[in-house]
Design a protein. Sequence first.
Length: 195
Amino acid sequence: MEPIIDSFMQQNNGQITVSDAKKLGLNPHLLVDLANRGRLERVDRGVYIDPAVFEDDMYILQYRFNRGIFFKDSALFLHHLIDRTPGQYQLNFPARYHAPAIKQYPVKVYYQKPEWYSLGIEKVLTPGEHQVRVYNIERTLCDILRTRDASDSETIRQAMVNYVQLKQKDIGRLIQYADLFNVRDKINSYMEVLL
């Protein structure tokens, strides 16, 4: 394998994308050639991994649908507030975004007006050690309580208990988001019991 690709993949947990190759000054067709020779494995359009490495589904989804932000239970999982991988990933997109190819993935798609879509975005590491965009913990707690498509009660309870135990929590920001998303009463009822 090309030394520059090998070095990059060692630093990127065995994964490389077409855009990574371009940033490295390489012809992206080199990745196709390496895949044809069995040196790389193509796991999705534009995403290649070392055949000895497990693919990172969450990173692949974010690469393919880069406007998507991990949302609700998927965000809880990424923040380590729940202990089970969601059966279906949840991604939030800006209103009017259209990506017909997403239907082939195990993803529940949400759409929001721009001012809510962009509120509270941060980056975290997936279990595969790749950075993805997700909503911050306080925003996520408010999202899972909203009446339309709220998370199940056990997921909510586990997330709230784990949040209260965090050293790095921001109760002020939680209350601010709770007011914005009209879930202040629900947040208060959990916090009164747990704090």
